[in-house]
Design a protein around this ligand. Structure first.
Ligand SMILES: *[C@@H]1O[C@H](CO)[C@@H](O)[C@H](O)[C@H]1NC(C)=O
Ligand SMILES: *[C@@H]1O[C@H](CO)[C@@H](O)[C@H](O)[C@H]1NC(C)=O
Ligand SMILES: *[C@@H]1O[C@H](CO)[C@@H](O)[C@H](O)[C@H]1NC(C)=O
Length: 387
């Protein structure tokens, strides 16, 4: 029997220990029990198979009926192992890159790093700036973090937009059974997915893209994937111009060093918007420029305070909508600079003062670092632009 301690404690030990004291580790423990149960069934099936090799005729146990009665596949054990440590080949076959431009606004061209023909036959133009959009946990590139931001970008600027889709990495029965456990596993893969995104960007650079004109925008887990892409490109001297983290997720990324999550130096300029700092998002500033709209409380105005229990939580996804609005010319989010994080419960409390130094979102000033506060409306339009 494959011990759950081997799977969870050994392979996921660094992550689980980082998530100690959190609800997630409790769920992982539950998952551990599920895995044990799966393995137990697998063992039963293997025993039946062996027995059937020697028993013929009457009394033979119908394996298919048994398998159907317990909805667990014989290779569940193998699946679990491969899901906790995806191979590079698995990542490559499950992560997709979709190029959108003004010429193909709705129907993207799929491109593959290293496949020259795929890029040449797409509408991609290396002379234009490129924005890479990366979604978060349990969704795919049909989510607003890709489609919503893409729409605004192409509406206002002639550029290439690449939607990254790693949704099929999470398309597995036990993600539904235990989403937090699934999250723990995908958190483990974020560096690999990020490196692959880095490979794609490096491929674009081979075709004449200037790294400084590349902007990666990631929501939730996608923010860290963006960070790992940035680290990959830093190592090969192709540092991208900007990475924006939209409510970078906290499970697995809170108590880790810069090399294990999105970090200030992953791009020439990094900016983060935190909209669920007390629940799903990393709370402390992890970018060069850090924006805390409405402070770092439990929820955003217009959101139900308990919404953090869902991954697509209202506050957690608010960062996406604020950023998308900030692409509009009228979407001006003026800011105040703060000496500390503007959390209502922090001691001592932060002092914030009006500043012209930077705006929150798309038009953030790349020359400015620090912690910034802004207020928003409780529904769209969220900006409070005087006049
Ligand atoms: C993950 O798989 C790779 C091969 O794909 C292997 O080299 C590596 O040791 C594995 N890591 C763990 C933690 O099992
Ligand atoms: C693909 O394109 C790059 C850049 O133009 C070039 O260096 C490389 O040799 C090409 N590879 C193939 C297989 O044609
Ligand atoms: C902000 O900019 C305006 C106009 O450029 C200027 O009058 C004002 O003094 C500036 N305020 C600060 C705090 O820098």
């Amino acid at each position: 029997m494959y011990k759950c301690s081997e799977v969870v404690t050994c392979k996921a030990a660094p992550i689980v220990s980082r998530m100690r004291n959190s609800l997630v580790s409790y769920f992982c423990f539950s998952m551990c029990l599920v895995v044990s149960a799966v393995d137990w069934h697998s063992d039963i099936i293997a025993t039946i198979r062996r027995a059937n090799q020697y028993i013929s005729g009457m009394g033979r146990i119908d394996e298919k009926v048994l398998l159907d009665s317990i909805p667990i596949k014989d290779n569940a054990k193998h699946q679990w192992i491969s899901m906790t440590n995806f191979s590079d080949a698995f990542i490559r076959s499950h992560v997709k890159f979709y190029v959108y431009t003004r010429q193909n606004f709705l129907y993207p061209d799929e491109v593959w790093p290293g496949n020259n023909l795929s890029l040449r036959s797409s509408f991609y133009d290396p002379r234009k700036p490129t924005t890479i959009l990366i979604h978060g946990f349990a969704v795919d590139s049909s989510s607003d973090s890709v489609q919503g931001i893409k729409r605004k970008l192409l509406e206002h600027q002639d550029m290439n937009v690449v939607g990254v889709d790693y949704g099929s990495l999470m398309d597995h029965w036990w993600y539904n059974l235990c989403p937090p456990c699934g999250m723990a596993v995908v958190v483990l893969q974020a560096p690999k997915v990020g490196s692959y995104v880095g490979e794609l960007i490096s491929f674009l650079v081979d075709f004449g893209q200037i790294p400084a004109s590349v902007h990666i925008v990631g929501h939730s887990l996608g923010a860290h994937v963006a960070g790992f892409a940035g680290k990959y490109l830093n190592q090969i001297d192709r540092t991208v111009g900007r990475i924006t983290g939209l409510d970078p997720s906290s499970p697995g990324f809170t108590k880790v060093s810069n090399s294990h999550r999105l970090a200030p130096d992953d791009a020439t300029f990094t900016d983060c918007i935190y909209t669920s700092a007390k629940s799903i998002s990393v709370r402390r500033p992890i970018c060069k420029s850090n924006f805390y709209p409405n402070g770092c409380g439990l929820s955003q105005p217009g959101c139900f305070a308990g919404d953090f229990s869902t991954y697509g939580g209202c506050s957690h996804s608010r960062a996406v909508y604020l950023f998308a609005e900030s692409i509009d010319p009228q979407g001006i989010f003026r800011t105040k600079r703060c000496d500390l994080m503007p959390c209502v419960d922090s001691k001592p409390s932060a002092t914030c003062w009006s500043t012209n130094e930077t705006l929150m979102g798309y038009r953030a000033n790349h020359e400015v670092e620090g912690i910034f506060y802004t207020r928003t409306n409780d529904e769209a339009p969220f900006y409070r632009n005087p006049k």
